[in-house]
Design a binder for this molecule. Structure first.
Ligand SMILES: Cc1ncc(COP(=O)(O)O)c(C=O)c1O
Length: 356
């Protein structure tokens, strides 16, 4: 086993609660006129409704590779979503030819894949309308300097907050909508459950022996389920808005860049996987792309057995590509270079074992 001690909570998805003071010296200027929501999907639905109310909306286009929960949820309101094809792992010429499939009154959702997309298209003043999803590219240049019609993001993918979604219109100066949504005590319980889960995980990390992962993991899962079911817009409570805003300027990107540069220096593409990266861009995580499902599963299982819990984004999507099994290893602000060494050690150990 490695000399590097792995943290007992492992390396994986759900953020634990951290006081925002920890981040006060790691901030980024944020020059966006934004509206906050509880979730990214609410922000997206709000945008679609706004377009639908003010334009003659024809077709809505989503990429063929996208978060299945969000797509499923949006389909409850807009059942007829059209799909365009994309390669989410290839960025050499990633400008999207929207004119090939969409017309003037259509809406095209463009996803910032892993923070590596350049988010360019040939849409112009004659349409179609472009909505950009920066959930995996929060603080990327393409996100901060977008010129799309609409942008949105799920903030909880990057920040230690229970819930949070944001929407902005890059080209509308001084824009902020007054969102008159109803209060909803049932929904506020989802926030509380998430915060409980995050706090329990913090207690566990801090050494509270009365807490185990069996206490907080079911709460995280409960929240995901509740978000899939809940469909109404909800008034954002002032205390929740302050909570989100106290973390909003935390520079999550810089820390990832340091970790990724360290990993990229030590890890190379192999016969089993390619590292999905792009010079000048900061990826969401350490992304490994496999050709063979067995190799993909074998490394994933090996990592999990050693307390590294990668996510596979998105397992329900099928792509007609030779290299298509995608593993995301978390490398965010929670971790240190010692953790990066542990990840490298595990991958190298697995590779040695495979090559015997
Ligand atoms: C790319 C992407 N966009 C949007 C969302 C929706 O965000 P939220 O869970 O905050 O509604 C998700 C996942 O949840 C996602 O993966």
């Amino acid at each position: 086993m490695s000399d590097n001690v792995v943290r007992k909570e492992g390396i994986g998805s759900y953020f634990h609660f951290e006081k925002h003071e920890r981040f006060k010296n790691v901030t980024v200027p944020l020059d966006l006129d934004y509206n906050l929501f509880y979730t990214g999907r609410e922000a997206l639905l709000y945008i679609l409704n706004e377009i639908n109310n003010t334009n003659t909306l024809s077709k809505i286009w989503f990429p063929n590779y996208y978060c299945q929960h969000t797509l499923g949820w949006i389909k409850k309101f807009y059942p007829h979503i059209h799909i365009y094809n994309i390669n989410p792992f290839e960025f050499t010429s990633d400008a999207i030819d929207v004119k090939k499939f969409a017309t003037k009154n259509d809406v095209v959702l463009i996803n910032n894949y892993w923070g590596l997309s350049s988010m360019t298209s040939n849409a112009d003043a004659n349409g179609p309308i472009i909505i950009e999803d920066h959930s995996h590219g929060w603080l990327s240049d393409a996100c901060l300097h977008s010129t799309a019609d609409y942008c949105f993001v799920s903030l909880r993918k990057s920040l230690p907050i229970p819930l949070g979604g944001m929407y902005w219109k890059p080209r509308a100066i001084g824009f902020r909508n007054t969102l008159n949504f109803k209060t909803d005590t049932h929904f506020y319980k989802i926030w509380d459950t998430m915060l409980d889960a995050m706090s329990l995980k913090s207690d566990f990390i801090a050494g509270d022996t009365s807490v185990t992962s069996a206490d907080y993991l079911p709460l995280f899962y409960e929240v995901e389920e509740a978000l899939n079911i809940h469909t109404d817009f909800v008034h954002l409570k002032d205390e929740h808005r302050h909570f989100i805003e106290s973390y909003l300027r935390f520079d999550t990107r810089k820390i990832k860049e340091t970790h990724l540069n360290y990993l990229y220096n030590k890890l190379r593409d192999t016969a089993y996987f390619k590292i999905v990266k792009r010079p000048g861009f900061t990826a969401f995580g350490l992304h490994l792309l496999f050709k063979n499902a067995m190799d993909f599963n074998a490394l994933r299982q090996f990592l999990v057995a050693n307390h590294v819990y990668p996510s596979s984004l998105w397992p329900d999507n099928h792509l007609d590509l030779e290299w298509r099994y995608f593993l995301n290893i978390h490398i965010d602000y929670r971790y240190t270079l010692t953790d990066m060494d542990y990840i490298i050690y595990l991958i190298e150990t697995w590779l040695k074992h495979e090559m015997i």
